[in-house]
Design a protein around this ligand. Structure first.
Ligand code: NAP
Length: 259
């Protein structure tokens, strides 16, 4: 028996990075995976990889910050699979570094709308469909960050959005438990993981070799994490193995926040 056999999973940001690696792993472990990404071509590319490996799923274009998109995506999942068991809210953005005095309000709002509004909408609409599924057995996994646990200069909007994801997750987990709704809600807090998002930050340093060395040296374990390192955590939270876990924060960071 595979670890998420026959479950239906939705992965936002499924076209790249942590979403892609997690979607591949969920599909390999038996889930039917709906990839939702603002970049439809990227979602379709990952779907081809899933199918080539013998898995099943679908690819949909969506902007997680738009409620109309969530309504459309949930209706499509309901039509196609008649229910939903796993949502991984992975879509997220950063807008680079800025002095708080210079940060543009539009950049603050852009980060909040994807990273925090997107998680709010994804949690709300996933709960609604999960609650109609038979049997009700849901797991919502929100990708926060170690930057939702500790502060870092120059990324105030990102810090605030990821801190918001952490506490929103706990609040909804308690609401579900209080109502006896069998939906678990947890957050994952990745450290520095080698994805296009991180490479974009590293790219701002002029010397790529120096950038790699600098980022590796920041990690207590001496190197960056890989997307699969996060996907294993996602798989655990998605599966029934974590049935007693809700409102929790899973830190996967090579020891970064242990100092
Ligand atoms: P990534 O490789 O850039 O993947 C994110 C995906 O989300 C991309 O395909 C992106 O499309 C898509 N996306 C962006 N805005 C969207 C929107 N409004 N609606 C739907 N999809 C959207 O980044 P990643 O590193 O995998 O990051 C995934 C999550 O992990 C994010 O929430 C990030 O904050 C978090 N995280 C990452 C790290 C790390 O070190 N990588 C560490 C901690 C937390 P485009 O490429 O077209 O923008």
């Amino acid at each position: 028996m595979k670890r998420v056999q026959d479950k239906v999973a939705l992965v936002t940001g499924g076209g790249s990075g942590l979403g892609e690696a997690s979607a591949m792993m969920l599909a390999a472990e038996g889930a039917r995976v709906v990839l939702a990404d603002i970049d439809e071509a990227a979602a379709k590319r990952v779907l081809r990889r899933i199918k080539a490996a013998g898995g099943q799923g679908a690819a949909l274009q969506m902007d997680v910050s738009q409620e109309a998109d969530w309504i459309r995506v949930m209706a499509s999942i309901q039509r196609r699979y008649k229910g939903l068991h796993i949502t991984l809210n992975s879509a997220g953005i950063n807008r680079g570094y800025s002095d708080p005095r210079e940060t543009e309000f539009k950049d603050w709002k852009a980060v909040m709308s994807v990273n925090l509004d997107g998680v709010f909408l994804g949690t709300k609409h996933s709960m609604r469909l999960m609650a109609q599924s038979t049997p009700v057995n849901g797991s919502i996994i929100n990708i926060s960050s170690i930057m939702g646990l500790i502060g870092h200069p120059g990324i105030g909007a990102y810090n605030a959005s990821k801190g918001g994801v952490r506490l929103y997750t706990k609040s909804v987990a308690l609401s579900c438990a209080e109502k006896g709704l069998k939906i678990r809600v947890n957050s994952i807090h990745p450290g520095f993981i080698d994805t296009p998002l991180l490479r974009e930050s590293m790219g701002r340093m002029r010397d790529p070799e120096l950038a790699q060395k600098t980022y590796d040296a920041l990690q207590p374990v001496g190197h960056l994490g890989q997307p699969q390192d996060i996907a294993y955590g996602v798989l655990y939270l998605a599966s029934d193995e974590s049935r007693f876990m809700t409102g929790a924060e899973l830190v996967i960071d090579g020891g970064y926040t242990a100092r």
